[in-house]
Write a protein that binds this ligand. Structure first.
Ligand code: BDR
Ligand code: CA
Length: 312
């Protein structure tokens, strides 16, 4: 099993990613889930994380709250995508589980210092604020991180919050820059991948047809995102972003990518948060990321169905 910390701003697609990880105890030892401000404010994201953990029945997994806002910028949220609660769609009960008292950034630092060096993987599904703050507070943790797998960025596919930028990087570009220049092994799952795994109606029906609460909730979550995306992208099916992070760790054969340099635009207002990905290796900037480009969508959805079927 691989030790992971999941940093997240749930978010329907974050919730599906969490459920995929929570349904896979033979693959993952989830040391903790840390909420960050992003899709909606921190308190609501943290509450959503608790709801999802309770839905999965895995109340052994602790949930922390991290940073309330990006490092240098006012928070930008995405209620227009995810609904006012951040997790519109299913009617999930109010959580009874409590948040941990410790700050999420301190949890990340302490865990990386406590666990054997090179054994903990960070999975980031939202803005990179918490991980960047942990690196600023405790630079000694950088070489102890096994790797970071992040949903972030866009290259061939254009941005989704501005023409140039993907939401997670746009919200906190300074954080993304700090993380990508810290010398840590990184895998990036950009919109190029997530727009290849579309939530067609037959796929939602298959989740609903699993016959469990989790499958029903997932189909309701994704039906919500899809309503929005039908208008935005003008086609059937919505991209399913964050579960790709977990699926990559479970079944890397489903994905293809390339080791390249990825740098973050932090000064321009027009292209704020752009992931400048040197896909054709036209600079001599150091390769700092495995940048995934495509996924086997049938295999991805089969994996999701198989794992979600195990949950309550
Ligand atoms: C990312 O932005 C969020 O709205 C989603 O949860 C995903 O992490 C996609 O750009
Ligand atoms: Ca997210």
């Amino acid at each position: 099993t691989r030790k992971i910390i999941i940093d997240t701003d749930p978010g329907q697609d974050d919730a599906v990613a969490l459920l995929l990880a929570l349904a896979s105890p033979e693959d993952f030892d989830i040391l903790g889930i840390v909420a960050v401000a992003g899709n909606v404010g921190l308190a609501q994201n943290a509450k959503n994380a608790l709801k999802v953990v309770e839905l999965s029945g895995r109340t052994d997994v602790p949930v922390y709250a991290g940073c309330e806002r990006p490092i240098r910028r006012p928070l930008v949220t995405a209620e227009h995508v995810h609904g006012p609660t951040g997790l519109d769609g299913p009617d999930l009960p109010e959580p009874t589980m409590k948040l941990q008292d410790q700050h999420g950034v301190d949890f990340i630092v302490d865990t990386l210092r406590k666990e054997d060096s090179g054994t903990v993987t960070l999975c980031t599904l939202g803005p990179l604020t918490n991980v960047a703050m942990a690196l600023i507070k405790a630079p000694d943790i950088a070489p102890r991180i096994r790797e970071i797998v992040m949903m972030a960025g866009a290259y061939f596919e254009v941005g989704n919050i501005t023409p140039a930028a993907e939401f997670n990087v746009y919200v906190d570009p300074e954080a993304a820059d700090i993380v990508l220049t810290a010398g840590i092994p990184v895998t990036i799952i950009p919109l190029d991948v997530t727009h290849g795994v579309l939530s067609f109606q037959h796929r939602l029906d298959a989740f609903a047809g699993l016959g469990n609460k989790s499958g029903k909730a997932v189909s309701e979550m994704l039906a919500f995102s899809e309503r929005f995306d039908l208008e935005k992208y003008g086609g059937e099916g919505a991209p399913l972003h964050d579960p790709c992070v977990i699926a990559w760790l479970l079944k890397p054969d489903l994905f293809e990518g390339r080791n390249i340099n990825v740098s973050i635009e932090t000064t321009s207002e027009l292209t704020r948060g752009m992931t400048v990905a040197d896909y054709w290796r036209v600079t001599d900037r150091p390769r700092n990321a495995l940048y995934l480009r495509s996924a086997d969508d049938e295999g991805f959805y089969a994996l999701l169905r198989e794992r979600l079927a195990r949950l309550p």
